[in-house]
Structure formats: C-alpha cells, structure tokens
Write a protein that binds this ligand. Structure first.
Ligand code: NAD
Ligand code: UGA
Length: 483
C-alpha cells in the first residue's frame, strides 16, 4: 500500500512517522508545499521538537518513510491520501474571527482530483467543521476527469504536542468515520487494518462521517472547558484564601470527574483549542443555536480573562506600575516539551506587560529568539475578535527594543524586578532560587502562572511570591481578604 500525506506539520509528520514505523510494508510519503519544511524533515534537525520523534523518523526515513515537495506526483501514485493541512481561524470575510478557513483543504482536494487517475481513499486528518466531507466529496467528484472513484473518510487526530509519539503509539481510541455504503464501509475497513497493526481492535471506533467530524470538535471543546472551569475557580480561590491545587485534588478524586486536565494555569494555548471552539461557536450560530454558541464562547472569554487577570495581578502587586521595570519571562512555549508558540498565553501576557511599559527578559529552552520577536511583533487580535482583544498593540520596532532573549534562566532573571513563570518546563521546578533571588532587584517578585515553583521555599529566600489560585501573600496588593 502507498500512503501520501498532504501537510508535513505537527500532525502530518509525527502521525505518518508512526504509521511507517509500525507498518513496514506500507510506503509512506509526507508532502508539503513548504520546501524549507521538507528539507528540514530530510535533515538531521527536524522542523519540530517532539520527544521520541527523532528516533522514529531516523529509523524509517529512506526505508518506507519519505518527505517530498513533489506533491502531485506522489498523490497520483498513492492508494490512500491523508490531508493534514492547517485549518486556521478565518481572519477576513464572512465568519472572520470564528469560522475555520478551509482554503488549504479545498486547494488540496482540487489538486487531488486533478492528478488522480486511480481510485483513492481520502482521509480527513485535519480538524474540520462538521459536514466538511460532503463539500470535499463534491469538489472531488466535480473535478475528476476520468470518473475516478474517491471514498472520503474522517480520521481526526487526538495527539497532544509534547506527548505526540506516546499518544500515537498508545491512542485512547482511533476514530474512523465513513459513509454507510458498501464502498464507504470497505474504505473504513482498509484504514482500520492499517491502525490494527499496532492499536488494539477494541480501540478502533468505526462511525459515520458527521459524528466523527463533530466528535473531534467536541473533544477539544470539553478539554478546554475543563481548563476554563478550573481557572474560573482559581480566581475565586485568590479572593477567598482557598487553594486551587487542593480544589483540583478534592474534585478530581471523584471518579466521575477524574484528575486529568484540572491544572489551573495562566490560560490554555496551542493552535487548536481556541480555533476549534470558535469554529463550533460559528457552526452553532449558523444553525441558529445561539444559546449553545454563547455557552461555548464563554470558555474562550474565561481564557482571555485569565491571561488579563495574571497581567493585572503583576501590575497591581508591583505598586501599580511596571513602567521601565525589567521582568523575566520564564517559558514562552504554550506548554512544556514543545517549541510551539501558537496562541501561547505567554504572548498575551508579554503584550499586556509591554503595554504597561515593562522591559522583558525572555527565556525558553526550546523557542528561538527569532520566534519570540516575531510573535510579539504580530498585530494583536489576529484570529479571535480583535475589537475585544484586551491588549493594545505597540509598533513592532518599539517592541523589539524592549525585549531581550537569554540562553538560561539565570541570565534572564539578573537585575529583574520580577520573574513570571508562564510555561511549566521541568527545569523551573529545580532552578536555584537563592542564586536567582540574589541577582534580582528588591523586592524581588515571583509570579508563578503554572504553580511549578516551590512557593514556600521561594518565600524563605525572600521572594514576594504569587501562585495562581493560591492564598495571596500579604505583600501582594489589591487583596481585600488578607489586608
Ligand atoms: P501545521 O501548520 O503545522 O501544518 C500544516 C502544513 O500543511 C503546513 O506545513 C503547510 O505548508 C501545509 N500545507 C497547506 N496547504 C497545503 C497544500 N495544498 N499542499 C501541501 N501542503 C500544504 O498544522 P498542524 O498543527 O499539523 O495541524 C494540521 C491540522 O491538524 C489542523 O486542522 C489542526 O487543527 C489539526 N490538529 C492539530 C494538532 C496539533 O497538535 N497541532 C492535533 C490534532 C489535530
Ligand atoms: C490538545 C488536545 O489535548 C489534543 O487531544 C488535541 O489533539 C489537540 O489539542 C489538537 O487538536 O490540536 P495540545 O494543544 O497539543 O493538545 O496540548 P494540551 O496538553 O491539550 O494543552 C493545551 C493547553 O492547555 C496548554 O497551553 C496547556 O498548558 C493547557 N493546560 C492543559 C492547562 O492549562 N491545564 C491543564 O490541566 C491541561
């Protein structure tokens, strides 16, 4: 069997590498129009950082795993074509700020139709609005010259960045949605057999197309909702003296609720939670389900509020001004074990602090200086409704003079008035707090947006310490309860 995958990104690359690794008889080619990305996949330095990825790619590459920008030729020869292109939030036109932009998907489908001379199974790997498969089927059937037959399947991906390889190796489930026709059922069977080479059969769920597409959006919405729920309670904890870690423990031990995804944070980030919920909101509004849309939109509003709340806490604690003060930003990726910064809460927090006149010293073990500067210079409000965006954008050139990037945590914190932990990198748990405290301007503030630092130890060292959702230090201003 020959598999081609259009889109060599965070999903296409690792997913196809795992298929090639587990199915030595299948030839897998990952394709992209971005030549730099393909060249990187063919080099010693892969374009994305993911624990365990290098080993799998280097083990299969050149054997049954290939990376190419000869997209049309490889698609023409394939039996199964995965489409794993980006589906970002529309920034212009109808549905801007909410709807998924399917232009890349439609472009891929038109190209498949144009070059195909043999029957193919087309697999939706990207996260798409419910009913996208119907549109894809139309694009394919109206653009094929020789009456080539296509079966469209939905096979959403549930991997999380940072744990992608273990998620792919031991998935909770693989969902395959198809038409309930003889050829649709046969296509579902064909794809199931690929996964069955390493995934237990009971974890491969065959269902209909629309349920499969909507299940993906629903899963992401539920996960994000849990984070917004616990984050909303973190605000209540700070106002009352309760402790969010204790709340998570007490609530999460209820087997109906479960312990996962109950870590309060400075806000969820990543390329998908916000995009997929906005897409869900858009679909609901289009179908006149306004209360359903409002319900899910609140998850995003809560997330924006959490980022704003963190920025406000930093500013109010530091005597209501951060103007001209140096603030160390520890962590810029949207979560640990990835170099991905898409929708990272660190971006909004940094912009909020810059707007108030702060100078930033940023350190992240996996994010480059170029990426940090690019993200902080992008206009605010891309994607999510810019009119409601809480931060005002400064000129890119002005911002660049206010940022320094450092190669380690100690250099970033030197002479800083405050340090903000924005990503839960393991190394922040074991950093030398005494050394950091000694090098900082006093009073030295530590704002932990991930609750990874030992706050008691930090306080012993002399830090004024804020933990998200934790009882407030008396020193932290703006707290009625402890004053
Ligand atoms: P990405 O931006 O990293 O990769 C997409 C790639 O597709 C890009 O390299 C782009 O150049 C390429 N591309 C676009 N149009 C193309 C075309 N016509 N021909 C060839 N290549 C083309 O995106 P990603 O993070 O891999 O996400 C892809 C999809 O998977 C999205 O729909 C996303 O919602 C979904 N998803 C992502 C994750 C994740 O963790 N990132 C997890 C599950 C699902
Ligand atoms: C998420 C889902 O977990 C995947 O199942 C899904 O496939 C993927 O989105 C997608 O569709 O793109 P990902 O965004 O890579 O994966 O990472 P998560 O582990 O879900 O974390 C997302 C954000 O939530 C991060 O910013 C993380 O720090 C935050 N988070 C997570 C919390 O703030 N608290 C938690 O308890 C868990």
């Amino acid at each position: 069997m020959k598999i081609a995958c259009i889109g060599a990104g965070y999903v296409g690359g690792p997913t196809m590498a795992m298929i090639a690794h587990k199915c030595p008889d299948v030839q897998v080619t990952v394709l992209d129009i971005n030549k730099d990305r393909i060249n990187a996949w063919n080099s010693d330095s892969l374009p994305i950082y993911e624990p365990g990825l290098d080993e799998v790619v280097f083990g299969c590459r050149g054997r049954n795993l290939f990376f190419s920008y000869d997209v049309e030729q490889c698609v023409a020869e394939a039996d199964v074509v995965f489409v794993s292109v980006n589906t970002p939030t529309k920034t212009k036109g109808v549905g801007a700020g909410y709807a998924a932009d399917l232009a890349y998907w439609e472009g891929a489908a038109r190209m498949i139709a144009k070059v195909s001379t043999s029957p193919k199974i087309i697999v939706e790997k990207s996260t798409v609005p419910v009913k996208t498969a119907a549109a894809i089927e139309k694009v394919l059937s109206h653009n094929t010259g020789g009456g080539v037959a296509f079966d469209v399947l939905s096979n959403p991906e549930f991997l999380a960045e940072g744990t992608a390889m273990s998620d792919l190796e031991k998935p909770d489930r693989v969902i395959i949605g198809g038409r309930m026709t003889p050829s649709g059922l046969k296509a579902v069977q064909t794809l199931s057999e690929v996964y069955a080479q390493w995934v237990p059969k009971e974890r491969i769920i065959a269902t209909n197309l629309w349920s499969s597409e909507l299940a993906k959006l629903t899963a992401n919405a539920f996960l994000a909702q849990r984070i917004s729920s616990i984050n909303s309670i973190s605000a209540l904890c700070e106002a009352t003296g309760a402790d969010i870690t204790e709340i998570s423990r007490c609530v999460g031990t209820d087997s109906r609720i479960g312990p996962k995804f109950l870590n309060a944070s400075v806000g969820f980030g990543g390329s998908c939670f916000q995009k997929d919920i906005l897409n869900l909101v858009y679909i609901c509004r289009s179908l006149n389900l306004n209360e359903v849309a409002d319900y899910w939109e609140q998850v995003i509003k809560m997330n924006d509020k959490q980022k704003r709340r963190f920025v406000d806490r930093v500013i109010s604690s530091m005597f209501n001004t951060v103007k001209g003060k140096r603030i160390a930003i520890l962590g810029f990726a949207f979560k640990k074990d990835t170099g991905d910064t898409r929708e990272s809460p660190a971006i909004d927090v940094c912009k909020g602090l810059l707007d108030d006149g702060a100078l930033l010293s940023v350190y992240d073990p996996k994010v480059s200086e170029k990426e940090i500067r690019t993200q902080l210079s992008l206009p605010a409000g891309l994607g999510w409704d810019s009119t409601k965006h809480p931060f005002v954008q400064q000129q890119a050139s002005e911002i660049n003079t206010k940022i320094e990037c450092h190669a380690n945590v100690y250099d970033a914190c030197k002479d800083a008035h405050a340090a903000c932990v924005l990503t839960e990198w393991d190394e922040f748990k074991s950093m030398d707090l005494g050394k950091i405290y000694a090098s900082m301007t006093k009073p030295a503030f530590l704002f932990d947006g991930r609750n990874v630092v030992d706050a008691a130890k930090a306080r012993d060292m002399g830090f004024v310490c804020y933990g998200l959702g934790k009882p407030l230090d008396k020193f932290i201003m703006g707290d009625e309860f402890n004053r």
